[in-house]
Design a protein around this ligand. Structure first.
Ligand SMILES: [Zn+2]
Length: 340
């Protein structure tokens, strides 16, 4: 009989639960999925149902569960309460952990999802062996996590490691956080969409002024991106850009060049503050890293103070994929490592 660890990653749309054997946590012995409901009572019910299903599975396999971890998409204060979560607003300020603990009669660790993912990558994935590392998770927004001397740093209030809201353009694009020009408005999936929308609109405007030059090619006019978005530039999404870039569409590749510049600006600032051994890039956009990550590496020296005085800080794709958050939550719950 093994004491398995249970980890859950709750996102804005999906809940992913895993059951891990501490001897080989990278390959979960069971996986349970659910969709994320829209109100907090239903969220608690859904999380409890995922926990109960995985416990049942553990019992069927002849094992027990020790340690339940929950990764959440937002900032968690030192008392374990979610205080900011643009994609899980219904759970903000709610005693999520207490309610789940009462329902499942076991302690539950609650932690920021990027912190969980970084922990898993540091233990098992692309960050293994590093003690000073930073993760930036490029998804709809940008998540982040910081490890110094082998410990996750969560800050005085638990809110540390949110590089997505460092302002990189004072009068820039409005962010859901209320400020303008946050890094995640440019270097996330939403940012990729915005850069593409802007590029296509510019191409359309200049295209009408230069009629008669038809040989510039469909790509440069953004035709493919427009077609994917149903003809409306404002409807271009991040996945349209990745699809077009996979087909070597010139406009999409140009958008990715611009995207790489924004990613490099932010990562350069992070390196200037923390001087990590390694920066891990995770999140949904890591699947498309071939379109930008090598360019980020080329652009980075110009953003980093003292570059050239030491070997360049590697910027590496996270390796555990979409299960990293759930696996990290399981690992954190089952250890005595204190974060706070
Ligand atoms: Zn912001």
């Amino acid at each position: 009989m093994t004491e398995l660890r249970l980890g859950i990653d709750i996102g804005g749309t999906k809940i992913l639960g895993v059951l891990c054997d501490p001897a080989d946590p990278g390959a979960p012995v069971a996986v349970q999925r659910a969709s994320t409901p829209g109100d907090v009572d239903a969220v608690v019910d859904a999380l409890v149902a995922v926990i109960e299903a995985l416990r049942l599975r553990a019992a069927e396999l002849g094992h027990t569960v020790r340690g339940i971890g929950l990764g959440v998409p937002g900032v968690v204060d030192r008392s374990g309460v979610l205080r900011g979560a643009p994609n899980l607003r219904c759970a903000i300020d709610q005693p999520l952990r207490d309610r789940i603990e009462a329902a499942v009669h076991a302690p539950v660790l609650i932690e920021n999802d990027a912190n969980c993912a970084l922990w898993a990558e540091a233990e098992l994935g692309a960050g293994r062996g590093a003690a000073d590392l930073v993760m930036v998770a490029l998804g709809t927004g940008i998540g982040g996590a910081v490890m110094i001397d082998g410990r996750l740093r969560i800050g005085a209030h638990g809110f540390a490691g949110e590089p997505g809201h460092m302002v990189v353009e004072r009068d820039g694009v409005l962010c859901p956080c209320g400020r303008h020009g946050c890094w995640e408005r440019y270097a996330s999936g939403a940012g990729l969409a915005w850069l593409a929308q802007r590029a296509v609109q510019h191409a359309q405007e200049s295209g009408t002024g230069e009629s008669g030059r038809g040989e510039s090619g469909a790509g440069e006019s953004g035709e493919m991106l427009l077609r994917l978005a149903g003809g409306d530039p404002a409807a271009i999404r991040g996945e349209h850009v990745t699809t077009a870039a996979d087909a070597a569409d010139p406009m999409a590749l140009e958008v990715f060049e611009e995207f790489a510049r924004w990613v490099a600006i932010g990562i350069g600032s992070i390196i200037n503050i923390l001087d990590p051994e390694l920066v891990l890039v995770g999140g949904g956009l890591v699947e498309h890293s071939r379109h930008y990550l090598h360019r980020v590496g080329e652009l980075l020296p110009a953003e980093v103070l003292g570059a050239g005085r030491h070997r360049p800080t590697p910027v590496v794709a996270a390796s555990l994929g979409p299960m990293a958050g759930a696996i990290g939550a399981a690992l954190l719950a089952g250890t005595e490592h204190r974060l706070r």
